[in-house]
Design a protein around this ligand. Structure first.
Ligand code: PAF
Length: 282
């Protein structure tokens, strides 16, 4: 495995390489990321992991400065796993040598709801850096986890609408084998007590799933009751929403009757840590 820090060094390393899979990350790697790397290896002989904490996707009151940067430990994990051939860990100066004035602006119908509503500008920042990574790396395949469900949908749409010549491979969300907690870099902010409680978000979404499978069709009642449950256990929910998997819009009555594929998305704060999770239905 080689590690490069500049675009030039990466492009030199990529000369004569055919079949490239990219896994974009912000580092602080956990088993969820390693599963993305293993998936990438199934799709192309050369796997590139990018590690870059992208300032553009953090709001002014978010955790850009304190976001865990653990390059040494990340490299050890990747080396041990053996799926990644090249790690691209650029500096901020290399990625943004001048203020980024040209931004990718995803369709507001997809990017200003849910996460985009609570984190204004977040998906512009994500789409811009991913677009830039695609231009630099020119991968044949890029792997994105379903943990960031809305992000995955936006990237899929960007690739489709710009006719980008690569395939997006979605990867199932990875959970802690015992508790079911969705693996996330932000779990490290949780205290021991909060860690025990954190799985309730998943349990709550599963409760909504069970109701939908049993034929419930009053989505507002389901969503409100899920948020109330979270509040009762000390959470501050931003949303629990049932949406269509295809476009993240609210399912119609016909969608529910026809068992259109749905997803239940949730975001809530426990203490000062904001967690997101989702569960697919049908
Ligand atoms: O999902 C993430 O870690 C980030 O949003 C991504 C895709 C690496 C872009 O910075």
């Amino acid at each position: 495995m080689i590690v490069v820090h500049t675009i030039q060094a990466l492009q030199d390393a990529l000369k004569n390489k055919n079949g490239i899979a990219l896994v974009p990350t912000m580092g602080n790697l956990h088993d969820g990321h390693l599963a993305l790397m293993a998936e990438a290896k199934k799709h192309a002989p050369t796997v590139i992991a990018s590690i870059f904490v992208n300032r553009l996707q953090f709001g002014p009151n978010e955790d850009f400065d304190t976001y865990p940067r653990t390059l040494e430990a990340d490299l050890e994990k990747l080396e041990k796993q053996g799926a990644v051939d090249i790690v691209f860990a650029p500096t901020e100066k290399d990625m943004y040598p001048e203020p980024q004035k040209f931004m990718v602006q995803p369709d507001p119908a997809l990017s200003e709801i849910l996460e985009g509503y609570y984190r204004p500008g977040f998906f512009d920042g994500v789409a811009t850096v991913v677009n830039k990574l695609f231009s630099i790396v020119r991968p044949d395949v890029a792997v994105f986890g379903k943990k960031d469900y809305q992000q995955l949908k936006i990237i899929q749409k960007m690739v489709k609408q710009f006719g980008m010549p690569l395939k997006i491979v979605p990867m199932e969300l990875q959970r802690d084998k015992v508790s079911g907690l969705a693996l996330s870099s932000r779990n490290r902010y949780l205290s021991e007590e909060e860690l025990k409680e954190a799985t309730r978000l998943y349990m709550t979404l599963n409760g909504v799933k069970a109701s939908l499978e049993a034929g419930a069709i009053d989505l507002t009642a389901l969503e409100q009751s899920a948020e109330k449950q979270l509040r009762e256990f000390g959470w501050q929910p931003d949303y629990v929403v049932v949406a269509r998997q295809s476009d993240l819009l609210t399912p119609t009555r016909d969608d529910l009757l026809n068992k259109e594929p749905l997803v239940i998305l949730g975001a809530a704060k426990i203490g000062t840590t904001r967690l997101i999770d989702n569960v697919e239905v049908f």
